[in-house]
Write a protein that binds this ligand. Structure first.
Ligand SMILES: NC(=O)c1ccc[n+]([C@@H]2O[C@H](COP(=O)([O-])OP(=O)(O)OC[C@H]3O[C@@H](n4cnc5c(N)ncnc54)[C@H](O)[C@@H]3O)[C@@H](O)[C@H]2O)c1
Length: 275
């Protein structure tokens, strides 16, 4: 099936980026938020981004206008019913995602493919809220979506092979490198990244090095663009703590367990840049 029209649910940090790249890649894109104010805020954010790209000479005025022309904001969920693919990027809570997909399952045609941008929830469990688990995948983008080149395309044990390849091809059409991953908590990136970040906190706790020396070691010794403790500040300590709890629950391995210092910083409200 050719994917021509894309629905995006949620126009926050991730949803707005996903809607922007879909429209820029030539797909008719409808993005749904819960209130007219949030639709407006999300679309204005995208317009600002596109204007900045024109200023920098990255895209032409014509490309900006075409991209904007393919993008429509709505609060009405029925406006997504004729989409070929719907990408969900709402809050990271299973009941909310299950309720949304239950509704979409009722209003969309049987051919529509569903995708979730979840970082830590199990795709299989979200898909089970629909009658189309064979047409359900994970499509995990990275922040900021227009800049980051990767998308993880996640298949469950129920995902149809043709549907999966259609979504991999879709990811490539967005200009991303699409990597294939199974529905294992954390997929590929967080499976490797989260224990690394937690180990950096443990190294600090155990006095192996100072904050500055730990960060400089990975920057200058391994060529990373930033050290792990700086990266934690960007990702958010609360988000890291939340994901580590889900991963520990799944795998029961110490490498996924939150170090006491992380828990205490989160309890104190020291979440990194955002706070
Ligand atoms: N922030 C990241 O770096 C990142 C990276 C990869 C994946 N994710 C995942 O993406 C998803 C969204 O994260 P975010 O950071 O964009 O959150 P966000 O809070 O910025 O945006 C979520 C938006 O969804 C809207 N929303 C909630 N319920 C809705 C509904 N039923 N219909 C339409 N809109 C609804 C909210 O109003 C909000 O604007 C989460 O599942 C998260 O795990 C986040």
């Amino acid at each position: 099936m050719a994917i021509q029209k894309v629905g995006v649910v949620g126009c926050g940090l991730m949803g707005s980026g996903i809607a922007q790249v879909c429209a820029a890649a030539g797909f008719a894109t409808v993005v749904r938020e819960v209130s007219p104010e949030l639709v407006d805020k999300g679309i204005k954010g995208i317009e600002k981004n596109l204007a900045r790209l024109v200023e920098k000479g990255t895209i032409t005025e014509e490309k900006r206008s075409e991209t904007r022309g393919r993008l429509k904001g709505t609060t009405v969920i029925e406006d997504l019913k004729d989409c070929n693919l719907i990408v969900e990027a709402i809050i990271e809570q299973l009941p909310a995602k299950r309720e949304l997909f239950g509704t979409l399952d009722r209003i969309c045609g049987p051919e529509t493919i569903f995708a979730s941008n979840t970082s830590s929830l199990t795709i299989t469990e979200i898909a089970a809220s629909t009658k189309r688990p064979q047409r359900f995948v994970g499509l995990h983008f990275f922040n900021p979506v227009p800049v980051m080149k990767l998308v993880e395309v996640v298949r469950t044990i129920a995902t149809d092979a043709t549907v999966y390849e259609d979504v991999v091809a879709f990811g490539m059409k967005l200009g991303k490198t699409a990597v294939r991953a199974h529905d294992s908590t954390g997929f590929i990136v967080n499976r490797l990244l989260v224990p690394y970040l937690l180990d950096a906190i443990r190294a600090l706790e155990e006095g192996v090095g100072s904050i500055e020396d730990i960060d400089n070691s990975m920057k200058l010794g391994c060529g990373h663009p930033m050290g792990p403790l700086t990266l934690l500040d960007f990702v958010g300590l609360d988000t890291t703590y939340y994901i580590s709890q889900i991963m520990f629950e799944e795998f029961k391995e110490r490498r996924f367990a939150a170090p006491p210092l992380l828990k205490r910083m989160v309890l104190a409200g020291w979440n990194g840049r955002k706070s």
